[in-house]
Structures are given as C-alpha cells and as structure tokens.
Design a binder for this molecule. Structure first.
Ligand code: GLN
Length: 483
C-alpha cells in the first residue's frame, strides 16, 4: 500500500479498494517503525489524521470526490497548524502551538487531505542539508550517512522512503528542488505569489514560496492544485486564475524549445552529473523537443546577491522572536536587554545567528548601499537574463545541483561551501520564476536531479514536460533499499 502514488491512491479510494482510514493506519505504523532511522518527522498527528481520514471516508460515502479527498500528506513544520506545534525546526518555537492554520494547510484540509504530521527542516529554513534543525539532522534514505538536502529535508526523506506519498515544502533558494534532487523526488517551486504565504513562517519574504514534493510530476500537479490560488490575507499573492494542472500533463512536446545555458556546464559541476543531464536532453529530443544553447551572463553574481538579500530579510523577519512577542524566553532575566540577549542566544542555533548578523550588517546605515542595494541591482540583472532567454525558448534545462548529496557533517565547518551548492537553484527565487526538479539518474548510488525553469505562471508547462519525461524513463520509480 505504501508504494502508491497520490494518483493511485485517488483511484483506489474512488474504486473503494480501501478506505482512507485503512491507508492512514498503514502509513502511521510505517512511520513509527521506520522513521527513527531517518528523523524526518518533528511531530506526528495520529489523532487528527484518523479523524480527518474518517471524515474523508464519510464525504466519499456521501458521493463527494476529489483527488485529495482522503489522501495522506504531511506539512513542513513552518506551516502554521492550529493547536499543533509549529516549530520551524527551532528551539525558539519548540513550545509554539499555532493559533490558526496557514492558508495552504486550510486549503488542503478543505480538499480532504489527511495530515499525518509535521516534517523536520533546517532551522527557520536556513540550510541545504537539514543539519541545522534543533531536532537533529535528517538522514537520506538512499544512504543513511548522507544528507537529504534542505531545508525541506524531512518532507523529502519521508516521501522518498515511502512513509507517505507527498508533502508540502518551501523554497527560498532551492529548498524544494535540491532535496528533491538528493532523494529522487519531483519537486516544484511555483511562481512567487502563486501559493499563499499566509501562515508560512517567514525566512526571506521576497523569495519564500510553498510548493509540492512528491514522487511524480502527476502527483505534484495534484498537490499544487490544492495549494495554489489567490489569498487576500497575503498581499504578495497574485490574483491569477489557477489552471487545471492535471489537464495539460498529456500535451505533446513536439517543437518545445529547450534552452540550455552554457554557464551551467562550468568547472564546479560533477562531470558524471553533466553526463546524466545530457542523457535527459537526448530523451527530451526523442520526444520532439528542440535544444538551443542560451546564456545567463549574470548567473555568477547570484550567490553573493542571494546571501545578502536572504539574510537581510531574515534579520528583519526574525526580530519578532524576542522572548516577549514570540518565542523562547530565558530563565530569570536581570533586565530587558538581558532578556532579549539570552532568549535569542539560547533560542537560535549558530546558522540562524550567523544569518541575522550578516543581514543586520548588510542593512546597517554605512553598508546598505554597498551590499543590500547592490544585491538588489544584481537581482534585476538576473531577472533580465531570464526575460531575454524566454524570448527564445519555452523552458530552461540544467542540473539541479552541482554535486550529489554529501556526507553528514562534511560541510559543517565551512558554511560557504554549502552556500555554493545552491548555484543552480537560487536564480529562480531571485527572479520569482517557477522551477521543478525531477529524477535523472544516479551517481555512486545517489540520486541526481535535472532542473526545469519556465516563465511566470507556467507551472503547467513544467509539469507537462516532467510527466512526459517520466512516461519514458523509470528513474523516478526507483526505491531506496530498506524502504
Ligand atoms: N540553501 C538556501 C539557504 O540556506 C536555501 C534555503 C531555502 O530554500 N529555504 O538559504
């Protein structure tokens, strides 16, 4: 039962082969049995899950239908869930029970999805390895000595290990696509504004975007359908109609123009990954796509710009966690300043503290023009590169990451080494564009992802290309040993 995709579950439930309650019990038992190896969950919500599953079964019995009605999922632990701990992977929020549901959580619950729990993540979504969580590192099911990627590593490890078919995640600089690549999943970061950020604890507000992580593009279409849409509670949410993402999956790729940026194949890319990317290009050519070399000349500036803008926004967003308004409060403060200092010093881990300091520095009066303003200018150049490229091509293709998943602890002493691994993903966040990662093969037994980028609001095109690719390849069907 645990091998089923969301699409298969929807068919099974519609055909009354099993009930949502039965499936939910099987998956909860599987999580209890296998998750101690992975640490992919921070909280399990068994009672809520069984209640929601029974309610979904009752709705089906009353003649209701829907792809998510009775489908088990989990939420990354930065989506607020009413009455349930929402920790953001931090000691700061260890005892925080959200007083309301995030829009994404409420929408999925209304569609009948069943919440099995809240998944582990890098503290405040800062990281690429899921090692900065206060609840401990998450392990990659493909090799328990390797990282699953981050910051949505808990969602990725759980779905890859078949503990559940799909989960929500968020992507500020790659945190849906990079863990998807590291664990052999399909993950989609939507256009900025496509999915409401209301109730999604903010890291860098101008870059954060929620999206689906699943095994197939078909399943990402189903989950995105339940997440996307205008929300008047989020002033950056965009009032564009939501297309039927499943309807366009079958479109032909004949004549599709795929751009491959020459800058992607530079010295930093593992040559074995480069080869797998070339193979995926050949596969898409067989399906009728036309390949064109393009250039993204400002890509080299994206990492420095991102690692100024994201910490700057984080330093502002995280100022609310002061032990008074929100978050952990230290014992016996001597005075107000002592309370702030110790509450924040105790509540935030080292990576979060580093980012707050970098961000506050970049925004400070003497340095604002030199760092923050400069970074914003680069951001515009990165966007202009994409706009020029999309005049010539329909999608852009390349690797999701320059290397496969590294060993746990390998980059702990050198944060910049980890930042450099984001080179292919962060440009989409700077520009606000949608991006998808899908399985493209293996290197040393570890999965490799290929990334597709599309113009604004063309999530359907990304899902269509990925689905057609997955009809003709079987990388996405491979299961990690022991799961
Ligand atoms: N690795 C990037 C960072 O640490 C991206 C994280 C994310 O997308 N949440 O900021």
């Amino acid at each position: 039962m645990h091998q089923m995709t969301l699409a298969e579950i929807a068919r099974g439930l519609a055909d009354k082969k099993f009930s949502s309650e039965e499936l939910t019990k099987v998956l909860l038992a599987r999580i209890t049995q296998l998750d101690p190896q992975l640490n992919s969950f921070i909280s399990l919500t068994e009672e809520l899950a069984l209640e929601q599953a029974k309610a979904a079964d009752a709705r089906r019995a009353n003649g209701e239908s829907g792809a998510l009605l009775g489908a088990p999922i989990a939420h990354k632990d930065l989506f607020c869930t009413q009455g349930i701990r929402t920790s953001c992977g931090s000691k700061m929020l260890d005892n925080f029970k959200a007083p309301y549901d995030a829009t994404v959580v409420a929408k999925l619950a209304a569609a009948g999805a069943v919440t099995l729990g809240k998944t582990n993540m890098d503290e405040f979504a800062m990281g690429s390895a899921n090692e900065s969580s206060w609840y401990g590192a998450v392990k990659n099911p493909w090799n328990l000595e390797n990282v699953p990627g981050g910051s949505s590593g808990g969602s990725a490890a759980a779905v890859a290990a078949r503990l559940l078919p799909a989960a929500t995640a968020t992507d500020t600089g790659g945190s849906i696509r990079q863990p998807a690549a590291f664990t052999n999943l399909t993950g989609l970061k939507p256009t900025y504004g496509r999915v409401s950020r209301w109730g999604m604890i903010a890291y860098a507000s101008s870059l954060d975007q929620g999206g689906p992580l699943a095994r197939t593009a078909e399943d990402c279409a189903i989950l995105l359908q339940g997440m996307a849409g205008f929300d008047q509670n989020d002033s950056t949410s965009i009032d564009e109609p939501v297309p039927d993402y499943s309807a366009s999956l079958g479109d032909s790729l004949q004549g599709l123009r795929i751009g491959v940026p020459k800058e992607y194949f530079s010295a930093g890319l593992d040559p074995r990954i480069a080869e797998l990317i070339q193979n995926s290009i050949k596969e898409l050519q067989k399906l009728g796509a036309v390949i064109k070399e393009i250039s993204l000349p400002n890509m080299q500036h994206a990492i420095p710009a991102y690692y100024v803008i994201a910490p700057a926004e984080a330093s502002s967003n995280l100022s609310r966690f002061d032990g008074v308004r929100f978050g952990h409060r230290c014992e016996n403060p001597e005075n107000l300043i002592d309370l702030y200092k110790r509450s924040r010093g105790e509540g935030f881990g080292p990576e979060v503290q580093r980012r707050i300091m970098v961000g506050a520095y970049a925004l400070s009066a003497g340095y604002y023009d030199a760092y923050y303003l400069k970074a914003q200018k680069i951001r515009r150049l990165v966007k202009n590169d994409f706009m020029a490229a999309f005049n010539e091509v329909d999608i852009i293709l390349g690797p999701t990451t320059p290397n496969p998943a590294w060993k746990l602890g390998a980059k702990n002493s050198d944060p910049v080494a980890a930042y450099l691994e984001d080179v292919y993903t962060i440009t989409a966040n700077l520009a606000g564009l949608p991006g998808l990662s899908m399985p493209a093969g293996f290197v040393d037994g570890l999965p490799v992802g290929v990334q597709l980028l599309a113009p604004y609001f063309q999530e359907g095109r990304l899902l269509n290309v990925a689905h057609q690719y997955q009809l003709h390849t079987d990388w996405h069907t491979r299961t990690p040993q022991g799961f």
